[in-house]
Write a protein that binds this ligand. Structure first.
Ligand code: PLP
Length: 439
């Protein structure tokens, strides 16, 4: 086992994701074990994982033998078979299970390796739908500033606005068009809810008319958006987007990759808004991160005109992650983790709210177990807050034994859905200390 970070930096052949040379030289922490909401490094130091693996899939917590057993049993039974012209039992059962729990008429599913592939596949399904209906010119995709929809291929990169990950790949595939995000704390339209009349959603009509409705295939958005720090749009937002999409024959994809499987206190965050999407993308919490899996669900309306789905991915509908996904969803339902997310999320939010008294804290918000503390240099003007200060707080939290993440000008928290009050209390203490020390 590696004994020190410095040794690791010199010895490893591993390429890390989004990690600068300076951090690598300073030494990288190697996580060797996880249990419940805790992870342990190579020196035995324990960390309270307030971000479920930092990219937040670990809904059921670490060390679940049931999930390991599901993978083992399935590997012994049937480790792999092609998704073309053959089916397998776990994929069939998982599609049945998802049809029971997914919003409304989302009844048809296909499985990929991760969220990025799920998004790419959803876009392809949408193109197939239009193609078979004779609408062959519909290739453009509308998404939102601040969106993140994954890494696969340049096509998906074109949908995101995480600039360092985007700029190096310019020029991107044509066809991505953006509208503003419903980020009310720093409204991109400089308006205030409710007088704004949800201008950020209504602007979709203008963009569609400008781009040409006959060229637009889909609108994609996360029901609750990550960029700028988890924020829930006003209650009318998705209804307006849905109506505009319907008016122009555009399909609506809800990207539930982060939100799905209880993260926001509902099985799917779409349920907060009472609308019917045409397609849904899922990943992360579908297997609690134990094995990679992404899924796309669509309604009968989308599938009906499609003669053949021209898509073949070696690991599509893979039986092993599907078996783990089935067991994981059983755990989520059996242990009432969606309910726990709603209840503990409320407790966490109430515990964080007093932080708004600090001079640099602009807004504390959250839905279920996905919360954010948004910072500002000036509460009146909501002036930007330096990224360096946020990075300091993230580093300090780690020294104090809690792993947290920054997003936009906010600190974000998305712990495993099994978290208890005592663990939340510990986290709040660390967060408050980090803020106080930064002031
Ligand atoms: N969509 C959303 C909303 C995401 O947050 C992410 C990843 O964070 C993705 C898609 C891509 O998922 P993955 O990293 O599993 O490819």
């Amino acid at each position: 086992m590696y004994q020190s970070g410095e040794k690791l930096a010199a010895a490893t052949n591993l390429i890390l994701h989004r990690t600068g040379q300076k951090e690598i030289q300073e030494g990288i922490t190697v996580i060797v074990k996880g249990e419940g909401v805790w992870v342990y490094d190579q020196d035995g130091t324990q960390y309270l994982d307030m971000d479920s693996g930092v990219t937040r899939p670990v809904h059921a917590g670490y060390g679940r033998e049931e999930l390991a057993r599901a993978a083992y049993d399935q590997m012994c039974q049937l480790a792999y078979f092609t998704p073309m012209q053959f089916a397998n039992v776990p994929a069939i059962k998982l599609s049945e299970k998802l049809a029971q729990i997914a919003p409304g008429e989302i009844n048809n599913f296909t499985f990929e390796c991760d969220g990025s592939e799920a998004v790419e596949t959803a876009m392809k399904l949408a193109r197939h739908y239009h193609y078979y209906r004779g609408d062959k010119a519909r290739f453009k995709i509308i998404s939102r500033r601040g969106a993140y929809h994954g890494v696969n291929g340049i096509g998906i990169r074109a949908l995101g606005t995480v600039m360092p990950m985007r700029q190096m790949m310019e020029p991107l595939t044509p066809g991505s068009v953006f509208i503003e995000s419903p980020y009310c704390y720093r409204c991109p339209c400089n308006l205030k809810y409710p007088e704004c009349e949800i201008a950020c959603a209504r602007d979709l009509s203008r963009i569609i008319e400008f781009e040409g409705p006959e060229y637009i295939s889909v609108f994609i958005g996360e029901p609750i958006q990550q960029g700028f720090g988890a924020f829930k749009p006003p209650k009318e937002y998705w209804q307006i987007i849905r109506e505009i999409c319907d008016k122009y024959g555009i399909l609506l994809i809800m990207d539930e990759v982060i939100c799905g499987f209880g993260r926001t206190g509902k099985m799917f965050a779409t349920e907060h808004f009472n609308i019917q999407p045409d397609l849904i993308t899922m990943a992360k919490g579908i297997t609690s991160g134990y094995v990679p899996l992404g899924a796309v669900g669509c309604t009968g309306k989308v599938l009906e005109p499609i003669d053949i789905f021209n898509h073949l991915h070696t690991y599509g509908n893979h039986p092993v992650p599907c078996a783990v996904g089935l067991e994981n969803i059983d755990i989520i339902i059996r242990e009432k983790l969606v309910e726990n997310s709603a209840e503990m999320g409320k407790y966490f939010l109430e515990a964080l709210k007093p932080l708004e008294q600090h001079p640099s804290v602009g807004e504390v918000r959250g839905t279920g177990l996905w919360l954010a503390v948004d910072f500002t240099m000036d509460k009146k003007t909501r002036a930007p807050y330096p990224v360096a200060n946020l990075l300091n707080m993230v580093a300090r939290a780690k020294q104090k034994g809690a792993i947290i993440k920054m997003m936009g000008m906010a600190l974000e928290f998305a712990p495993p859905l099994i978290i208890k009050k005592e663990e939340i209390d510990l986290a709040v203490k660390v967060i408050e200390q980090c803020i106080t020390e930064e002031e």
